[in-house]
Design a binder for this molecule. Sequence first.
Ligand code: HAM
Length: 423
Amino acid sequence: MIQLIRGFKDILPGEVELWQYIEKTARSLFEDFGFKEIRIPIMERTELFARSIGEDTDIVEKEMYTFPDRKGSLITLRPEATASVCRSYIQHKLYSKDPVQKYFTIGPMFRRERPQKGRYRQFYQINAEIFGVDSPLVDVELIFLMVTLFSRLSVSDVETHINSLGCPECRPTFKAVLSDFLTSSTGTLCSDCIRRKDRNPLRVLDCKVPACREAMAHAPSILDYLCPACSQHFETVKTALDAMNVPFTIDKRLVRGLDYYTRTTFEIQTGSLGAQSAVAGGGRYDGLVKALGGPDTPATGFAIGFDRLAEITGLNCNDFIKTPDIYLAALGEKSLSLAFEWRSALCLEGIKTEMDFGDKSLKSQMKRADRLGAKHVLIVGDNEIKQGSVILRNMTTKEQVLIPIERVVENIKANLGASPQLE
Ligand code: HAM
């Protein structure tokens, strides 16, 4: 039997209803906060991701699904959405009417990481991006939106971590200081970090190898090197988070795994997912739109790991599974064809209906109705039809009523309307 690819997964009925609910809740929040949906392709030219995320990141170095198309150009399955949303903002001049644009997008991403709990090679993200506002208040708005979504989904055990990565003015000084520190700790660093310490020393702060983490415990903090403007920006973020009652932890090592960030970075972390503690992450990326050939536009955004969110939500999958309002149990050929007609008519009226298309006994059809959790069974037998009415049985109260077959759909609707069973 052909199995699915390692690190990929099916989201099966029974689980997908929870995903739908999460998506519905996120969409409604995005709408309230003035975000518009944008849909971007799942493949882009490799160059877009290499230039945006950074050549020296794990994602670009090791994790992208990149291959030549039939004409030889290199294309990549998107490992994230931010680069594509920027590409789209620039390509379609979405800034021309109003530089301030707020987008959200939901969909699959691809990274060839080592699969484990909470880490997949195809995973889903809920993304938000805001273009054209440099105020720290929109960074806070994004964090507030995420935290609100999490609480609406009964997610507990999450913490907000924040940091600032400075700007092209103050970061070089910090990089130089960090580089010196790393040179003095070379003996304890992993081979990746030794290679990166000169080209991209910030990456070392993010390394998950225990020896590197230990060495980095005493590393200098970027917060001590922020220029006055970045420092002021970070202060406002903290004050506004306090004012919005969003608890947070300052995490001087939160550099994130992508190179485009400036100033505010943040992550929502959980203790419920083992090694994969980040449920969501994001931050400001004021230089990216310009670097990709667009106008100089500040921007900020986040991505929530949908799979991880679904795994830690306090909601129960079973609460979202819709059971049939009516199961039509037909007995006999004539009954089957009538029941079939009624079923379509009932479905068109928004009444969730199921039936069996075979020649099964009443007992076996009742069993199936029970298994499906049907709220009512309509028993349609040739004898009943001859007498001009069919039986509607309430599966909870076991009460049975006769329904005239003339204008049967209206009669059923009227009956269900009177019944507390109908949602
Ligand atoms: P990221 O931190 O790379 O940021 O990913 C965001 C979230 O996606 C993570 O916190 C995690 O929950 C989820 N995620 C990442 N990799 C995997 C995986 N292999 N399996 C399951 N879940 C995963 C970004 O992608 C940025 N584009 C966020 C952003 C938007 N920054 C600004 N705007």
